[in-house]
Write a protein that binds this ligand. Structure first.
Ligand code: FMN
Length: 334
């Protein structure tokens, strides 16, 4: 199952652990890379000292390639330069058009990925020099770039970018999803929600429990709700008391929402967390965890138990192999 993306990234399996701000640390990224996939740190909000420390910790845990994700909604020049100084081999950009930083990342020796939500954005990313395009469908958990579902987006992006490898993101959590993505022309998969159930992930136990209990119909796409810290950025979360109260109040705009400014939880490392803050519930938070931004994709229905990340990677790969094998078997006429 070596694909063009595997060759470009220097990995063995076409399975990428998606960056997840506030949830991924060196242990998870390194475990995925050691298992033959690609681990990704999300360090776009970190101070430079923390960024360097997390990169070095990851390097101490794996000799395999891993990536660092930088969100272009915020200034990333300094973080990018630090990543390149630390010899991070792969940089993933998200959100805004990446033209300003792609050349800099490539001049520093990195392979560059960029996440898009439309074929037009994919074309522009390739014109900027991006090596691999991540096509993120609307089903995805966390911040969602576009409004097109993965099934329609991936082949449209594949057709738009020619020989540039495309990675499918959103709604993929098992080997059936990997096989389907490959059938659509993708060169690999980018999986977030499933890895929230890994042993190595750093989220609050209540958030994890909610993920295990959720069905595919329990998430909601919001243009703007958990927007403090990152405004005007659509996202997908599990429906919770904050969403329900806002809907019951008639979906008022920011500034007029129920419980605005109220502290709903406190994190030992991050201090008070007010309602509507864009915050991934961490293990060190206390309070009304259920009222926080419980990022999750529609694939949440396929996530049932905690497993080591390496086991998740292997299980997805084995299942995809079995599915592809079954599909290759000719159907006997009746
Ligand atoms: C908890 C969480 C945090 C996320 N944080 C980021 C992030 O920091 N940067 C980013 O590019 N994408 C982020 N995403 C989006 C993922 O990278 C990915 O596109 C998405 O999880 C794929 O869909 P899936 O959840 O169905 O696997 C996040 C997703 C989740 C669930």
């Amino acid at each position: 199952m070596m694909t063009a993306a595997c060759t470009r990234l220097g990995i063995e399996l076409p399975i990428i652990q998606a960056p997840m701000g506030g949830a991924v640390g060196p242990a998870l990224a390194a475990a995925v890379s050691n298992a033959g996939g690609l681990g990704t740190l999300a360090l776009w909000g970190a101070d430079i000292q923390t960024l360097r420390r997390q990169i070095r910790e990851t390097q101490a845990l794996t000799s395999k390639p891993f990536a660092v994700n930088l969100n272009l909604e915020f200034a990333q020049e300094e973080r990018l330069d630090a990543c390149l100084q630390e010899r991070v081999p792969i940089i993933s950009f998200f959100w805004r058009e990446p033209s300003a930083l792609v050349a800099r990342a490539k001049a520093g020796g990195a392979v560059v990925l960029h996440t898009v939500g439309t074929a037009e954005d994919a074309r522009r990313a390739v014109e900027c020099g991006v090596d691999i395009v991540v096509a993120q469908g609307w089903e995805a958990g966390g911040h969602v770039r576009g409004k097109v579902a993965t099934m329609a987006l991936v082949p449209a992006v594949v057709d738009a970018v020619g020989r540039v490898p495309v990675i499918a993101a959103g709604g993929i959590a098992d080997g059936r999803g990997l096989a389907a993505a490959l059938a659509l022309g993708a060169s690999g998969v980018w999986i977030g929600t499933r890895f929230l159930a890994s042993t190595e992930v750093e989220i609050h136990p209540h958030y994890r429990e909610r993920i295990f209990r959720a069905t595919e119909d329990d998430t909601v796409y919001l243009e703007e709700l958990f927007d403090i810290g990152w405004p005007k950025a659509p996202h997908r979360v599990l429906r919770n008391s904050t969403v329900a109260a806002w809907e019951a109040a008639g979906r008022p705009v920011s500034g007029k929402r129920p419980g605005e400014g109220e502290v709903v939880a406190t994190s030992k490392s991050r201090g008070p967390i007010v309602r509507y803050r864009s915050y991934t519930p961490a293990a060190d938070a206390e309070g009304d965890i259920d009222a926080l931004s419980l990022w999750a994709g529609q694939s949440v229905a396929l996530v049932h138990k905690t497993q080591p990340a390496a086991e998740i990677v292997q299980e997805i790969f084995d299942e995809a192999q079995a599915v592809l094998g079954r599909l290759a078997t000719p159907v006997k006429p009746q």
